[in-house]
Design a protein around this ligand. Structure first.
Ligand code: SF4
Length: 91
């Protein structure tokens, strides 16, 4: 798989199952609405499309991000490569 450059959580799909947090607790957390968010170096937590480089956990491996996305029962986590192509879920 190509290198993962960006990711997002589709909040309408997220059911707060927290599997992603079990796999990758440094990247994902649940917000007050029980939706997964990612913490940025700026201090902002967001579900919107975010560059991996902007994350507090910017050193997280592609394998871990992929495992987290694959662990999501509703496939709410979307991964994109450097060209912006969707890498997961495979479309
Ligand atoms: S595993 Fe999926 S449904 Fe569960 S909190 Fe993470 S993004 Fe949401």
């Amino acid at each position: 798989m190509a290198k993962i450059a960006k990711l997002c959580v589709k909040r309408d799909l997220c059911i707060g199952a927290a599997s992603c947090i079990a796999v990758s607790p440094n990247v994902f957390a649940l917000d007050g609405e029980n939706k997964a968010v990612m913490t940025k170096k700026s201090g902002v937590s967001t579900s919107d499309t975010t560059n991996v480089a902007e994350l507090v956990a910017d050193g997280t491996s592609d394998d871990e991000l992929l495992l987290a996305a694959q662990s999501c029962p509703t496939k709410a986590i979307f991964l994109y490569d450097e060209t912006g192509k969707q890498a997961y879920p495979e479309s």
